[in-house]
Design a protein around this ligand. Structure first.
Ligand code: NAP
Length: 484
């Protein structure tokens, strides 16, 4: 962590009730740099007991935070957001060191994360209720919106910074308090954000960060607790389903941001160069490890060969390396399991007629670097059609008609993001409406911004982050029916 200038941002302790603390018994675990395998440091290996402490702290902090006037809460959140921008370079370096993504992507992530806090700070001043015409002259009907209470949050490793702010921003803006467990692979970004929250003056107990390797034990305390009123989870669909089931006993509110299987469709009438650029940005961002990554690239018959040629050449030219190097386009994957999954999907595709046109093996850099890979001749019976790849493998599928591609694109239990490129206005409308996805990019892959909803359909999730709707996830509605 030598590259970080403000050393106080790098914490080797968890943050509970406004104090930096070790695990009971002093247990710790190592956090490594995926680009080198070097150990970056250790953080506390906490479990059920410390999570219970954090829940108590969040419950104790809730009444004062809930009752603070919105403008004051908003000012504290704006200060937190501003500190994130002030320390953008350090937040990005910490992120790249623990996660591996190129520094320019890490900066973009930290900046986007700050944007969510700032947007939600503004929204906190616009938590309006309603006065509705009553059913008789003796009544008045008022609808109030009030914070849900203590929220438990669990976040993944692929966006270790913005997932924290995208959840804490709206929760805190609504007046809720938080217990958050970051991924054990990437806890340092969450801890650095807690340092900045503390500096911004966010009161003790409002944000609590519990680090630990036993995610199931920490998650169980959060889901079983009567004090915790809501779980917000980002991660795999498999774990999301488990948590949702665990929440049934206490009928807890849930927000789930889960896996994806994004179609990326290029029609005959598309601007091919723009489509190549978009496909690369979407597929290889974070080495293919984002939930909205283009997972299946569908190209119409008439332009398939020319698109495949241009796309393959552009992919082959991308530079793989350490995220800290300025000219790096693609970093390492997070763990060996990601390489195993890419290899399995690739072997399956090859056995079913897929042709590797670039990449297809481990990178000469070794370790967790796997070559960016393109397969042509991909077909729907392949694993890469039905599974989220989460690695640098791009399969190109061929299609003939709009109807065929809509059918294939929607043929998945997932429904997070979809993209298509076309210049035909009538087709654009029809496609935008036909795709069963929470976010659709048209001639663009930019589908994430604080002012718009981010959320999945089908098994990609419940609820949304960002936009004027995002804060509702942390608010209860209450009818006050008043006889006058
Ligand atoms: P994951 O294995 O589901 O882990 C996500 C988080 O859940 C981590 O903090 C993990 O802890 C924790 N966890 C694992 N098992 C748990 C359990 N039994 N109880 C409670 N918590 C548990 O997912 P991942 O591999 O980190 O992330 C990749 C997945 O996230 C992909 O499917 C991706 O599409 C999805 N994702 C979705 C979005 C979205 O907005 N829709 C955004 C980003 C990622 P440890 O890491 O400490 O084990």
């Amino acid at each position: 962590m030598q590259q970080v200038s403000d050393k106080a941002l790098v914490r080797q302790q968890a943050y509970i009730n406004g104090a930096w603390v070790d695990a009971t018994g002093g247990k710790t675990f190592d956090v490594s740099n995926p680009a080198t395998g070097d150990v970056l440091g250790t953080v506390p290996d906490m479990g059920a007991k410390e999570t219970e402490d954090a829940v108590r702290a969040a419950a104790a902090a809730f009444p004062a935070w809930r009752d603070m006037v919105a403008a004051e809460r908003a000012a504290l959140l704006q200060k937190w957001a501003a500190l994130q921008i002030e320390h953008l370079d350090d937040l990005a370096r910490i992120l790249t060191l623990e996660q591996g993504k190129p520094l320019k992507e890490a900066k973009g992530e930290a900046q986007s994360g700050s944007g969510y806090v700032s947007w939600m700070a503004e929204e906190s001043r616009r938590i309006y209720g309603d006065i509705t015409p009553p059913r008789d002259s003796a009544h008045r009907f008022l609808t109030l919106k009030q914070p849900v209470g203590v929220c438990g949050m669990i976040t993944p490793w692929n966006f270790p910074s913005s997932m924290i702010t995208r959840k804490c921003g709206p929760a805190l803006a609504a007046g809720c308090t938080v217990v958050l467990k970051p991924s054990d692979l990437t806890p340092y970004s969450a801890l650095a954000l807690a340092v900045l929250a503390e500096r911004a003056g966010i009161p003790k107990g409002v944000i609590n960060i519990v680090t630990g390797k036993d995610a199931a034990a920490i998650g169980k305390v959060l889901t079983d607790s009567d004090t915790v009123r809501k779980i917000s989870f980002t991660g795999s669909t498999a774990v999301g389903k488990k948590l949702m089931a665990q929440c049934a006993d206490t009928v807890k509110k849930v927000s789930l941001e889960l896996g994806g299987n994004a179609p990326f469709i290029v029609f005959d009438d598309a601007d091919i160069d723009a489509a190549v650029e978009g496909a690369i940005a979407s597929k290889f961002r974070n080495a293919g490890q984002t939930c909205i990554c283009a997972n299946r690239i569908f190209v119409q018959d008439g332009i398939y060969d020319v698109f495949a040629k241009k796309f393959t050449a552009a992919v082959a030219a991308m530079k793989m390396g350490s995220g800290l190097d300025d000219d790096t386009d693609i970093g390492p994957v997070i763990a060996s399991q990601a390489i195993e999954k890419v290899t399995r999907q690739l072997e399956d595709a090859k056995s079913k007629g897929g042709k590797v046109v670039t990449g297809g093996t481990a990178h000469a850099l070794g370790g967790l670097f796997y070559q960016q890979t393109v397969i042509t001749g991909a077909t729907p019976d392949m694993q890469c059609f039905s599974e989220e790849t989460f690695g640098p493998l791009a399969p190109l599928f061929r299609f003939k008609t709009d109807e065929d591609v809509v059918k294939m694109a929607n043929d998945t239990p997932y429904g997070l993001a979809a993209y298509f490129y076309s210049r035909d206005m009538s087709r654009i409308w029809r496609m935008a409406e036909a795709l069963e996805y929470g976010m659709v990019g048209v001639n663009s892959v930019a589908v994430v911004a604080p002012q718009v909803p981010f959320g999945g359909w089908k098994q990609s999730g419940i609820g949304c982050e960002g936009s004027r709707y995002g804060i509702d996830e942390y608010l209860e509605k209450k009818l006050v029916s008043m006889r006058v």
